[in-house]
Design a protein around this ligand. Structure first.
Ligand code: DX5
Ligand code: ZN
Length: 217
């Protein structure tokens, strides 16, 4: 299996002990920390904002991969970077000024990703790929952890990887939603460089073993 990075999503962590959860998955060998920000408008759920990121930032040296599931994210991207995001991904479906927001994230000093929902044509991201550090292919409809990996996502991942190879070989492909040790190798082989996993890590009795299994070790 191609070696992919594992980014546990703290959405599946215990919010009452989030600091301990961040320290625990760091100690358990996570590569990145995936931080799901939700506004209750773009997705039917609410999580946390700048202050959560600000407060957990000192607890881990890992790469903070912030996934914005919010409308018109250009309003807030600078504040997420200031709070400690190393990378900010936003949804192509949620932003009226995609290019401007990509530039804003980069100007703020972070890496930038563009996320695409399962019912959005992958080709829609093509005009922006040369400016991206990451393409986030959703394999569930965003809003909740613990959902099932949507069939047909493997073809979408390969399509995104092919467009990346054509336009910007340095950009990573990240896949998010329903990933576990049983499907992670097929997802990595389809082209994923980063695997987000919430339930499969936080719901495991042995989180270190779960992360290694998803990585294919
Ligand atoms: C869903 C989030 C995902 C989710 C992944 O809206 O973007 O990152 O937390 O959780 P699992 O791995 O349990 O599907
Ligand atoms: Zn996410």
């Amino acid at each position: 299996m191609k070696k992919a990075l594992v980014a546990p999503s703290i959405l599946s962590g215990n919010f009452a002990r989030m600091g301990d959860e961040v320290k625990d998955i760091t100690a358990c060998g996570a590569d990145w920390i995936h931080v799901d920000v939700m506004d209750g408008v773009f997705v039917p759920n609410l999580t946390f904002g700048f202050k959560m990121i600000n407060d957990i930032r000192p607890l881990s040296d890992l790469f903070y991969d912030v996934h914005l599931m919010i409308t018109e994210p250009h309003r807030y991207v600078e504040r997420f970077v200031k709070a400690g995001a190393d990378l900010v991904s936003f949804h192509i479906e949620a932003e009226s000024d995609i290019s401007g927001t990509i530039e804003l994230v980069k100007k703020s000093g972070a890496k930038v990703g563009l996320a695409v929902n399962p019912d959005t044509d992958i080709a829609k991201i093509e005009p922006f790929i040369d400016k991206l550090d990451l393409i986030l292919v959703m394999s569930v409809f965003p809003g909740f952890g613990g959902q099932k990996f949507i069939d047909g996502s493997l073809e979408r991942i390969s399509h995104a990887a092919a467009l990346r190879d054509k336009h910007n070989k340095s950009a990573k492909i990240e896949v998010d939603g329903g990933i576990n040790a049983d499907n992670s190798s097929s997802i990595a082989n389809a082209g994923a460089d980063v695997l987000v996993a919430g339930n499969a890590v936080f719901g495991a009795t042995d989180r270190r073993a779960a992360i290694s299994a998803i990585r294919g070790e």
